[in-house]
Design a protein around this ligand. Structure first.
Ligand code: MG
Ligand code: MG
Length: 256
């Protein structure tokens, strides 16, 4: 993937549009999360997301991206990322649903993902959610100006592996803003004090994907859906984060 120039800082005007894009992403994810119940198909969630995007004056970031057919990625249980919403995929009690969603607003992009419990989930699923969420929080915590991209990966990997889980290596976080995917690549593994430096007004999407078992994934015949090789569970959280002179600002924090 050619990500273009390295981590370009955003202008105040661009940040204004990105904040709005992020607000829309959050509002729609909130609605999808509330609608994700046993018996609902992932296709219905995608249709709901598409209606809301239009209503809010934004554009889908995923639909048509390298040919992706939907506005939403909906990945269930062993599916890691890039699940294609389907009329055949009806949510069931105990499922672990990963919603990954982005929009552009006046040409500026925001990207976020959440793992949603469908009813009551297993103890392992609960632990996976907690560890993945905390890995993201810790990674955001190190995103101060002067830190390096490797500090993010190192933080995620060491936290996840200390809890007996594995981080997916085949997919990464990324710069975001003028495009859905920009430089730098933000892996969920790596060495502290390595990689590109974080500078004020850079905007990056940090997105740990954490597996209960092996870190290995494979792509299904639909050429999109990534699933764990051992078919054990996977969780995913993602935020669009603004690097500042002080503490990082999470643009995709939900108001609710
Ligand atoms: Mg995403
Ligand atoms: Mg992303």
């Amino acid at each position: 993937m050619n990500l273009g120039p390295q981590g370009a800082p955003k202008t105040p005007e661009e940040l204004k549009q990105m904040r709005q894009a992020a607000k829309i992403v959050c509002a729609i994810l909130d609605e999808l999360e509330a609608a994700a119940k046993p018996g609902v198909t992932t296709h219905a969630l995608d249709q709901q997301a598409e209606r809301l995007i239009k209503k809010m004056g934004a554009k889908p970031a995923f639909k048509g991206y390298h040919g992706f057919p939907a506005v939403l990625c909906a990945s269930v249980n062993a599916q890691v990322v890039h699940g294609i919403p389907s009329k055949q995929t009806r949510l069931e009690e105990g499922d672990l649903l990963k919603l990954d969603f982005g929009v552009s607003y006046h040409g500026l992009f925001a990207d976020s993902a959440r793992t949603v419990r469908i009813g009551t989930v297993s103890d392992e699923a609960e632990k996976l959610i907690a560890v993945t969420k905390e890995a993201l929080a810790r990674a955001i915590g190190v995103c101060v100006a002067g830190a390096r991209v490797g500090d993010i990966g190192h933080t995620v990997q060491s936290w996840v592996e200390a809890h007996g889980f594995s981080v997916v290596k085949d997919f990464h976080g990324h710069g975001v803003g003028r495009a859905l995917h920009e430089a730098p690549t933000v892996p969920n593994y790596g060495l502290a004090h390595s990689g590109p430096q974080l500078t004020p007004n850079m905007t990056i999407a940090i997105e740990p994907m954490v597996n209960a078992g092996t870190d290995k994934v494979e792509i299904l015949d639909d050429e999109w859906t990534a699933v764990t090789l051992d078919r054990r569970l996977s969780a995913h959280f993602e935020h669009t984060v603004l690097i500042t002179e002080g503490q990082p600002e999470v643009l995709t924090l939900s108001a609710s």
